[in-house]
Write a protein that binds this ligand. Structure first.
Ligand SMILES: Cc1cc2nc3c(=O)[nH]c(=O)nc-3n(C[C@H](O)[C@H](O)[C@H](O)COP(=O)(O)OP(=O)(O)OC[C@H]3O[C@@H](n4cnc5c(N)ncnc54)[C@H](O)[C@@H]3O)c2cc1C
Length: 519
C-alpha cells in the first residue's frame, strides 16, 4: 500500500484495462475490491477521501444480526447478518470479538419477551451462535453492571453479539486486497463516467486530490459503492435520475469507561421515542448511541444536532448511576446511513429495510447501496456475481467466506498491538530496536511513536486526520487529547513522508478545525 508506487503504475500503463473499478473505499467498496482481487480479477479501487472516511468509520461498532430487525420481522436479514457475523469473527479475529450485552428488565412481561426473543435470535444463528441468551436475576445484573440505575430493576437478559473496530477493519480489507494484487487508492475522486460509442460504461475519469493529476481509466465493470453519495454517481450515468437513497443520521457520544465500569454492554431496546440505545465498552471508553434522524443533505463530515446529543445524554442518564453531562463527553460523532429509499414512503427511514440493493443500469453501471457493515462480505460477493452475470467478467468462484484477513492466524490477541494484524510483530521489532519509539504520545491515549511510524509506511495515510481518526481511533476516544498530539503526529508524518514545516502547520490547522465538530 505505497501510494506513490501505485500512482506510478497508473501513469506508466495509460491504456491498461482493469477488470473492475470500484468507486468508494468504505466497507462496501473495500469488501468488493477484496472479493474481486481474491477471485483473480485485476481490480482498482478509488476513494475520494480517506478509506472509511464516510459512514464506515462512524458505526456503532457492532457485528450483529440486529435484534431490532428481528422485532420488525425481517428474519431473512437477521439470518444473513448472523451468518456473516460468524464469518467476520472467524476471518478477522484481531479486530472482532464476542461482546456480552445486558438488557435491564423492569417488568415480568419484558423478562419473558426478551428471553424468548433472544433465545430465538440464538437459534437463528445456529452453530454460529456466540453464547446462550438467558434471564439473570437483579443481583447478577448488578454484579455485571455495578453502575446501572437499579430503581425498579427486576433482572436482566444477557445475550451475545460481535464488536469490532470499523475503520481498522477497512484498512485490513484494503491490505488484504492489495496483497492479492488490487490497487487501492485514497484521495482519488471519480469526477465522471466514461462511455463507449454504444453508450456503455467503459471506465472513469478520476482526479488525484493531492497532486491534481487527472486520469482516464478503463474497466470491464464499474461499481458504484459510494454509500450516501451513490445518487451523485448514478447521475453521472443518467443525469437527473431519481433519488434511490434516503439518508438517516446516527449520532454517538463517547465517555470515559468509568461511566460503565464493566466489560458488559447495556442494550436499551426501547427508548422514549422507540429507538434502540447501546452503551458499549470500546477500548478504554464507552460508546453510547445512536439516533435516527432523517436528513436531506449528505456530507463527508455530518454534524450532530444539539437535540441528538441531549437525547443521548438524557436517555443514558436514566440508566446510569453516574449521569453523564455535556462536559463529560470525550467525543461526539455522526454518521449517515445509506438506506435504500422506500419508493412508497420516501420520507420515512424507520420502516426502510436495512437490506442492501444491487442494481444494473442500462449503460452497465452496477450500484450497491444500503446494507450493514456486518453484511459487507455477502454484499461484495453478490456485487461481483452481478458483474459476472451481466457478462462483464468471466466466471470465477468467490473465496472470501474462508479468507483470513492479512495473515492474522498467528497474532497474539493478548498484545494491544494485535489491531495491526501481522504488523504488530514489526511494530514490536521497531520498539525492541529503539525503545524510545515505545513511548506513548500522551499518557491518556495508548498510541506509541512506533505505531505512527509503522502506519506511515504501511497504511497509506495522507493527512494527520487519517492517522488520528481512522488508523488509530484517537479522535473518537478523546477528541481534545487527539488535538494535543496532532503536532507530534504531523512532525512524525513529515519525517516519514518527506513534508516541510508549512505542511505540518497547515495539517494541524485543518485538524483543529475538524475537531470542533467532535467536541
Ligand atoms: C450511526 C450508524 C451506526 C451504524 N452501526 C452499525 C453497526 O454497528 N453494525 C453494522 O453492521 N452496521 C452499522 N451501520 C451501517 C454501516 O456503517 C454502513 O452500512 C456501512 O458503513 C456503509 O458502507 P459503504 O461503504 O456503503 O458507505 P461509506 O462508508 O460511506 O463509503 C462510501 C465511500 O464512497 C466515497 N465516495 C463518494 N463519492 C465518491 C467519488 N465520486 N469518488 C470516489 N469515492 C467516492 C466516500 O468518500 C465514502 O468513503 C451503521 C450506520 C450508521 C450511520
Amino acid at each position: 500500500m505505497n501510494r506513490r508506487e501505485l500512482i506510478d503504475r497508473l501513469k506508466h500503463n495509460p491504456g491498461e484495462i482493469w477488470d473492475m473499478i470500484v468507486i468508494g473505499g468504505g466497507a462496501t467498496g473495500m469488501g468488493t475490491a477484496l472479493d474481486a482481487a481474491s477471485r483473480g480479477y485485476k481490480t482498482l479501487l478509488l476513494e475520494q477521501s480517506d478509506f472509511s472516511k464516510g459512514t464506515s468509520s462512524r458505526s456503532t461498532k457492532l457485528v450483529h444480526g440486529g435484534v431490532r430487525y428481528m422485532a420488525q420481522g425481517d428474519l431473512l436479514l437477521v439470518m444473513e447478518a448472523l451468518h456473516e457475523r460468524g464469518l467476520m469473527l472467524k476471518n478477522a479475529p484481531h479486530l472482532t470479538f464476542n461482546q456480552e450485552f445486558v438488557i435491564p428488565i423492569y417488568t415480568i412481561w419484558d423478562a419473558i419477551l426478551y428471553t424468548v426473543g433472544l433465545t430465538f435470535y440464538d437459534l437463528l444463528a445456529g452453530r454460529l451462535s456466540m453464547g446462550r441468551s438467558r434471564f439473570i436475576n437483579k443481583q447478577k445484573t448488578r454484579t455485571r453492571l455495578p453502575l446501572l440505575n437499579a430503581k425498579g430493576l427486576i433482572g436482566g437478559v444477557v445475550y451475545h453479539d460481535g464488536q469490532f473496530d470499523d475503520s481498522r477493519m477497512t484498512v485490513a480489507l484494503a491490505q488484504s486486497a492489495a496483497e492479492r494484487g488490487a490497487v487501492v487508492l485514497n484521495y482519488f475522486r471519480v469526477s465522471a463516467l466514461l462511455k463507449d460509442d454504444r453508450g456503455k460504461i467503459a471506465g472513469v475519469k478520476t482526479i488525484d486530490e493531492v497532486s491534481g493529476d487527472e486520469f482516464n481509466l478503463m474497466a470491464k465493470a464499474v461499481i458504484n459503492a459510494t454509500g450516501v453519495f451513490a445518487d451523485d454517481i448514478a447521475r453521472m450515468d443518467v443525469p437527473g435520475s431519481r433519488p434511490t437513497i434516503k439518508p438517516s443520521q446516527g449520532v454517538h457520544i463517547v465517555l470515559d469507561k468509568s461511566f460503565l465500569q464493566s466489560d458488559s454492554a447495556i442494550m436499551i431496546p426501547k427508548t422514549s421515542d422507540g429507538r434502540v440505545l447501546f452503551a458499549i465498552p470500546w477500548y478504554d471508553a464507552v460508546v453510547i448511541g445512536t439516533t435516527d434522524t432523517p436528513v436531506n443533505d449528505v456530507s463527508l463530515e455530518p454534524v450532530a444536532l444539539e437535540e441528538e446529543i441531549r437525547f443521548i445524554l438524557q436517555t443514558a442518564g436514566l440508566y446510569m448511576v453516574k449521569r453523564p453531562e455535556r462536559e463529560d463527553i470525550h467525543c461526539i460523532f455522526a454518521g449517515l446511513r445509506p438506506l435504500a429509499a422506500n419508493p412508497e414512503n420516501p420520507s420515512s427511514t424507520k420502516e426502510v429495510s436495512r437490506r442492501h440493493k444491487i442494481t444494473l443500469s442500462r449503460s452497465g453501471l452496477i450500484s450497491v447501496i444500503g446494507g450493514k457493515w456486518t453484511t459487507y462480505r455477502c454484499m461484495a460477493e453478490e456485487t461481483v456475481g452481478k458483474a459476472i452475470k451481466a457478462g462483464f467478467l468471466e466466471k470465477k468462484e468467490c473465496i472470501t467466506a474462508n479468507l483470513n484477513l492479512t495473515n492474522t492466524k498467528d497474532v497474539d490477541l493478548s498484545d494491544r498491538l494485535h489491531i495491526y494484524g501481522a504488523g504488530s510483530t514489526e511494530i514490536r521489532k521497531l520498539i525492541s530496536e529503539n525503545p524510545s519509539l515505545g513511548k506513548q504520545l500522551d499518557p491518556r491515549l495508548p498510541y506509541t511513536i512506533a505505531e505512527i511510524l509503522w502506519i506511515c509506511k504501511n497504511e497509506m495515510p495522507v493527512n494527520v486526520e487519517d492517522i488520528l481518526a481512522r488508523r488509530t481511533r484517537a479522535l473518537l476516544l478523546n477528541a481534545r487529547v487527539s488535538l494535543e498530539i496532532a503536532p507530534a503526529v504531523s512532525a512524525l508524518m513529515a519525517q516519514e513522508l518527506g513534508h516541510d514545516e508549512i505542511w505540518q502547520t497547515m495539517q494541524v490547522e485543518s485538524y483543529t478545525k475538524l475537531v470542533k465538530n467532535y467536541i
